[in-house]
Design a binder for this molecule. Structure first.
Ligand code: OOB
Length: 575
């Protein structure tokens, strides 16, 4: 495999001795480490190599300083420039007092600065908290508080939204936040480009068992959780993914999904392309016009998409004449890709489709690039690592018979052992022996491939964007006319699912309709994709025999209302 290009060159295949940890505020304090004997096994197996992301960046640069690392519009950064820019950011942040172990909320779209800040923080040993571009006040305040962030890095204006105004509100609500840094016009805040610390920085922390980044979970309970990813585990995630996907120096990866999301960041993503000696092209526009033109111009060889986008791309191939012949691998994941849609994608692009069933928490499943057609069309892939442990169980954690559908539990060398600072939640999110309860319902084929059949977690998957029902319900509870609410999925042809909120009004009030609820939730700073697509008023929520809200009944009702609505529209096409 070509991906080992760098590691072979540098003789990095042997585990490096682990170093001592520098003084400071350690994120590991809020984390659950792997048991020592397992950690030793993962080092022994060569999964964990003691490499920090700072060391990796320097190794990539040394191997080929003038190879282009990142392309964005007319900008092209080679590895040496990426490293220099990261060092400038490190000096800038050090000058502001940011130290090893401290957290910085990083909310940037797909621009080179995402990576200069990411690697600048790695240089300092500070930890990026990767907020999604669509997160708003509710999420950013929560992420800053939960992580105890000392700084927030944001764009000036992105897709019409002014992050500087958001930052001002966030700063007011988060006393630990010392600095807001803006890429572009800083307004009342600090520019990212600015004077830095004079002189040499202290050496970069070199303990690869430390946390390298905090990813945001899709969530099932009230507010998003933070997922600690160590250098050891995430470097393995990236390297093994790049190897499986056949990444090499010729790889040109198009990042059209947000790079703050695990899929486009490290599965194999931009980091995988850099690790393999390739190039990453960054864009925020995943529409076929923009993306096809980029594929043609940059000779893109691989990209990652969510199902709704890949369907739009497949349809667009019928009229768009861009030359897409450079495309070798088209990864699709984040939500279920139905077999008939997979077949259409294959018909449009040829045998380049790969299904990816992954999660920010760790476990990744890929269909192999050379997998037979029926595997690519009908399964969501096989676990990446030989040391990924996968169990399919019933509601009492008993293994179901082979081939039966059950709940997916997993543990392994790159799957978290606990969310950050979430002791109570961790008690139920993991089994006593450290398996993560994914909340997904799967069935395993005789070849070990997984088919995602559904889920038990209370999450709506809106075309790859995850919405925790409880988070929206909690926000709705603040509305003066809302006594109670329940948020459930409704099937949707393009997104797979949309959200429907059932609302019970307080006595003597009327429940807010869709527009009023949307305005209210926007005002509360909720990310736009979490705002319910439908709002229905009910006198009371149905309950189960034990008195819990009957979400099954509500899901059925939402489905009924949606079909009725569709039927009415068919009868009256102008409505
Ligand atoms: C990816 O990560 P997250 O953290 O946004 O969401 C994880 C959840 C999974 O537990 C599952 O419920 C769903 O998203 N999911 C899929 C899927 N891929 C993810 N459901 C059905 N089919 C698939 N192929 O979504 C993610 C992370 C890394 C790589 C790819 C996706």
């Amino acid at each position: 495999m070509i991906f080992i290009y760098y590691s072979m060159k540098r003789g990095m295949d042997k585990p490096l001795p682990s170093r001592t940890r520098p003084e400071g505020d350690h994120v590991l304090d809020g984390c659950t480490p792997w048991p020592e004997e397992l950690a030793a096994r993962f080092r022994e197996a060569g999964h964990w190599r003691g490499e920090t992301f700072d060391r990796l960046l320097r190794a990539w640069t040394r191997a080929d300083p003038h190879r282009i690392a990142l392309v964005h519009g007319d900008r092209r950064l080679d590895r040496a420039e990426l490293e220099r820019s990261a060092d400038r950011v490190a000096h800038r942040l050090a000058g502001l007092g940011v130290r090893a172990g401290e957290r910085v909320v990083l909310q940037l779209p797909n621009v080179p600065e995402f990576f200069t800040v990411f690697f600048g923080l790695q240089r300092l040993g500070a930890i990026p908290v990767l907020a999604l571009p669509l997160h708003r006040r509710s999420e950013i305040v929560h992420l800053c508080r939960l992580s105890g962030a000392v700084a927030y890095v944001a764009p000036d204006v992105h897709q019409g939204f002014d992050h500087r105004e958001l930052a001002a509100e966030v700063a007011e609500e988060c006393p630990d936040l010392r600095h807001v840094l803006v890429v572009g016009d800083p307004g009342a805040h600090l520019p990212l480009d600015g004077p830095g610390a004079a002189g040499e920085l202290p050496p970069a922390p070199d303990d690869a068992s430390e946390v390298a980044l905090l990813l945001v979970s899709g969530g099932t309970t009230g507010l998003p959780k933070l997922i600690p990813r160590t250098h050891d585990d995430y470097a393995y995630n990236v390297r093994a993914s790049a190897e499986l996907c056949g990444f090499g120096p010729g790889t040109v990866y198009l990042a059209a999904l947000p790079v703050a999301h695990n899929f486009a960041l490290g599965c194999p993503g931009v980091l995988g392309a850099l690790h393999a000696g390739g190039t990453a092209v960054l864009t925020d526009e995943a529409d076929p016009d923009t993306a096809f033109a980029l594929v043609e111009r940059e000779r893109v060889t691989v990209t990652a998409l969510v199902p709704p986008t890949v369907r739009i791309w497949a349809a667009a191939t019928e009229w768009d004449e861009a030359d897409l012949s450079s495309l070798r691998l088209l990864q699709v994941g984040g939500a279920r890709l139905l077999p008939e849609h997979a077949a259409r994608v294959r018909a449009a692009f040829g045998p380049v489709l790969q299904q990816v069933f992954g999660m920010a928490e760790g476990l990744l499943n890929y269909t192999e690039p050379d997998a037979p057609e029926h595997v690519v069309l009908h399964t969501q892939g096989r676990p990446l690592s030989p040391d990924d442990e996968v169990r399919v169980v019933d509601e009492h954690d008993r293994d179901v018979p082979p081939g039966a559908t059950g709940r997916l539990l997993t543990r392994g060398p790159y799957t978290l052992r606990g969310y950050y600072k979430a002791t109570a939640h961790n008690a139920t999110a993991f089994t006593a022996d450290g398996h993560y309860r994914t909340g997904d319902l799967v069935r395993r084929t005789p070849t070990g491939h997984l088919v995602v059949e559904g889920r038990v977690k209370e999450q709506i998957n809106r075309g790859g964007d995850k919405v925790a029902a409880a988070e929206v319900e909690e926000q709705l509870a603040h509305h003066p006319a809302v006594l109670d609410s329940a948020v459930v999925p409704v099937p949707d042809d393009l997104l797979g699912e949309r959200t429907c909120a059932f609302v019970v009004p307080r006595a003597g009030t009327a429940a807010p309709d869709r527009n009023a609820a949307a305005a209210f939730l926007r005002e509360r700073g909720l990310a736009p994709y979490k705002i319910p697509d439908r709002v229905e008023s009910l006198d009371a929520l149905p309950v189960t025999a034990v008195g819990k809200t009957d979400k099954k009944a509500l899901t059925a009702l939402a489905r009924e209302l949606a079909t009725e609505g569709a039927r009415r529209n068919e009868g009256n096409p102008r409505s």
